[in-house]
Design a protein around this ligand. Structure first.
Ligand SMILES: [Zn+2]
Length: 311
């Protein structure tokens, strides 16, 4: 699952503030917010759009630390200290579930470091909502949580909070239960969100047994019977958006060469929903199945190629 594609428009402010740029964020329906940015803020924003994960230690060391953490607070600290995301909130997810989530994030950042530009938040949507409400109420420290304090000023913190809170509410309201979702938000508030209703207590066990059933029935791809596959699926959406794979001519011709039976039998039923879901499902199998089938292998290969072409 993912949200709609938001749009970002830059234009010169022709008013008295000639040196400023207008950045228009277009959201749900006609919802818009305009940020007036000076030259330095524009430069910082461009750096934010292209930032990369910075490797500080061996991947194995980080995975070991995650495995041995004793509380969600410790895991939040590991995530922040190692720059896995800007903000996170794990208190609503069972400890084992958080560890599995974080290990996937580590794996993907070591493989695709540029994806860090779209990992502004990881955790439950309640955690994300709390931060956005703080912004909405003018609490500037919430800007710091997202490392946005030098790009956005306190005067637009409220507008941003309102705008992105609405986007989040819209995204979540479309599904009663969603397990996990990717939120695409201009590189400012992009997130991987988990549904706490599926990640606590008995529901988590139920969720895992449902994954096995969904794989057996072909609703999800082969190898995707583990919670990691759900996270890879969402990260696949973010990678697709970052690399623009859905719009890539090579991808389009490959996708166009397959009929519904090819996709349903060779990947998954859910992959039939849209090209974006096809990519996310293919990527999940590519990462989770030790011997990915031809469609998943091709999706992985195309994503790798598109990633290499990033400026
Ligand atoms: Zn999806």
């Amino acid at each position: 699952m993912q949200n709609f594609k938001p749009e970002l428009i830059f234009n010169n402010d022709a008013g008295n503030e000639g040196e400023r740029l207008n950045l228009t964020l277009c959201g749900v329906g006609d919802d818009k917010v305009v940020l007036k940015l000076n030259e330095e803020q524009v430069a910082l924003l461009n750096m934010r759009f292209t930032r990369s994960f910075y490797v500080r230690c061996k991947k194995e060391r980080l995975l070991y630390d995650i495995d041995n953490a004793g509380s969600y607070i410790e895991l939040e600290e590991i995530a922040r200290k190692n720059y896995l995301c800007d903000a996170c909130e794990f208190s609503d997810i069972n400890l084992y579930g958080v560890k599995r989530l974080l290990k996937v994030v580590v794996e993907i950042l070591y493989k695709y470091p540029r994806l860090r530009s779209k990992l502004c938040f990881i955790g439950t949507h309640y955690g994300m909502e709390k931060l956005l409400i703080r912004l909405e109420n003018g609490d500037e420290s919430a800007l710091c949580s997202f490392n946005l304090q030098y790009i956005c000023t306190s005067e637009n913190a409220k507008n941003l909070g309102q705008f992105f809170h609405k986007m989040l509410t819209d995204l979540i309201s479309r599904h009663e239960r969603y397990i996990a979702t990717a939120m695409s938000a201009f590189g400012l508030f992009d997130a991987v969100l988990l549904d706490r209703n599926d990640y606590e207590g008995y529901a988590y066990l139920q969720f895992i047994s449902n994954l096995r059933r969904d794989e057996e029935e072909g609703f999800h791809p082969e190898g995707c019977h583990v919670p990691e596959s759900v996270v890879y699926h969402e990260l696949g959406h973010l990678l697709d958006e970052m690399c623009g794979l859905s719009g890539d001519p090579d991808f389009k011709s490959f996708y166009g060469s397959l009929d519904r039976d090819d996709i349903g039998n060779g990947l998954s039923e859910y992959a039939l929903a849209s090209p974006a879901e096809f990519i996310a499902e293919g990527f999940a199998e590519f990462m989770c199945n030790p011997a990915p089938r031809p469609i998943a292998s091709k999706v992985g290969e195309l994503l790798d190629e598109a990633y290499k072409k990033l400026k």
